[in-house]
Design a protein around this ligand. Structure first.
Ligand SMILES: [Zn+2]
Length: 401
């Protein structure tokens, strides 16, 4: 394939704009463990067991793809193509041996994918992983995103008067956004009350807060919505004020997602009006599986971007298709790369390998079809892999952790 595209991105740097910190996993793993770890970090036992049960007989394609790519890396392409997937156990044993020298192993993978910088969502897992310890374990620059609902959840349990709650919320958000290593906020309101957010008065928010204090159960979701909407809007305003980015989870996720209100387009009316239209917003997970919808929003709204996490590496069969869906409508400068990697370093690494492979194939095809010129392709790939991220998140202007 490379012969026809003549494009090799092997050494092109990557900025992974959406992933999560992880702790070292150095124990022996079987395929079910790998499967669970791809979706949940190690302390998330309940969900991991559920996932393990679902996939015991048929692991998702991403697991076999991960083993294949590890096989190529550890033992060469020829060995991998002739021995996998049947001899996956050999690769898992080799992983165990290699991870005993953990920092060297992590560096090996980061270097192999040319991972230059990662921006981690520090809101997952909980309790939080110490970012300084984490950044010492990876060989790339680390910045972080502050998750606003995690803060709200913590403050809600304090049962303070609404004005004190709000003051604490503002103080913590301001402190985070003043930190040059904090690149913005993240919202997972798609998991709480949905993306159909609209402005609320402070009084509505206060009443909603008081209802929550009396009965903090999920069955009253509608009653909490004014408070959650109010804080979401406040988070947008904060990112505008500090000139930082707001990452918003869009699209499907795990079983707790409010699926019918997780479409990126639910945000359209809000984000097209002032002052919210001036916020730098990233539709995280590219609204997967509604990638076209996210791409269309980035084409219409001047400050809305999308990242490709979830498309890559979690659904390897359709990466090229999803990339084309993004390229069809989104301005190139609005497309960012992200892996949503967590739990084990291999997810982040695999995402980097697969997005490069996909860009080589897709851009090669577009050249063959005379849709782009040869002179453009390297720049397009570099923009998606790291240049757009460097610009949006002002990466060159600040230091890493
Ligand atoms: Zn994530």
């Amino acid at each position: 394939m490379k012969a026809t595209t003549e494009l090799s991105l092997e050494s092109t740097p990557i900025v992974d704009t959406h992933c999560h910190p992880f702790v070292p996993v150095k124990r022996r793993l079987n395929l079910s463990d790998i499967c669970a770890l791809l979706y949940f970090e190690p302390s998330d036992i309940r969900e991991a067991k559920e996932l393990e049960r679902r996939f015991t007989t048929t692991p998702p394609v991403v697991v076999s793809r991960l083993i294949l790519e590890l096989g190529k890396l550890y033992r060469g392409e020829e060995w991998a193509m002739s021995h996998l997937p049947s001899e996956a156990g050999i690769i898992l044993e080799e992983r165990y041996e290699r991870t005993q020298n953990y920092s060297e192993y992590v560096k090996f993978l980061c270097d192999d994918a040319s991972l230059k910088t990662i921006i981690v969502d520090a809101g997952y897992p909980q309790p939080p992983i110490d970012l300084e310890t984490f950044s010492n374990q990876v060989s790339c620059g680390v910045h972080y995103i502050f998750r606003s609902e995690t803060l709200s959840d913590q403050l809600l349990t304090k049962k303070e008067p609404f004005s004190d709650f709000l003051l604490s919320w503002d103080t913590a958000i301001d402190e985070a956004l003043k930190d040059p290593n904090c690149k913005g906020l993240k919202s997972v309101i798609a998991y709480r009350s949905g993306l159909d957010v609209y402005p609320r008065s402070k009084d509505e928010a206060r009443k909603s807060y008081e209802v929550y204090q009396q009965d903090p159960t999920a069955s009253l979701r509608e009653e909490y919505k004014p408070l959650l909407d109010y804080l979401f809007i406040r988070a947008i305003e904060k990112t505008i004020h500090f000139d930082k980015v707001l990452q918003i989870h869009t699209g499907m996720g795990d079983i707790d997602i409010i699926g019918e209100k997780a479409h990126p387009m639910c945000l359209f009316e809000l984000l097209k009006r002032a002052p919210f239209s001036s916020a730098k917003v990233v539709l995280t997970h590219s609204g997967f599986p509604w990638v076209s919808e996210a791409a269309s929003m980035t084409s219409l709204l001047p400050n809305v971007y999308m990242d490709l996490s979830m498309c890559c590496p979690f659904y390897p069969l359709g990466i090229n298709l999803r990339l084309l869906e993004a390229l069809e409508q989104a301005p190139i400068r609005k497309i960012l790369y992200g892996s949503d990697g967590m739990s084990i370093v291999e997810v982040m690494w695999l995402g980097g390998k697969l997005i490069k492979e996909s860009l080589e194939k897709v851009l090669g095809k577009l050249i063959q079809e005379k849709k782009i010129s040869k002179s453009e392709r390297q720049e397009i790939a570099e923009m998606i892999l790291y240049k757009n991220a460097e610009q949006l998140y002002s990466l060159s202007e600040s230091q890493n952790l």
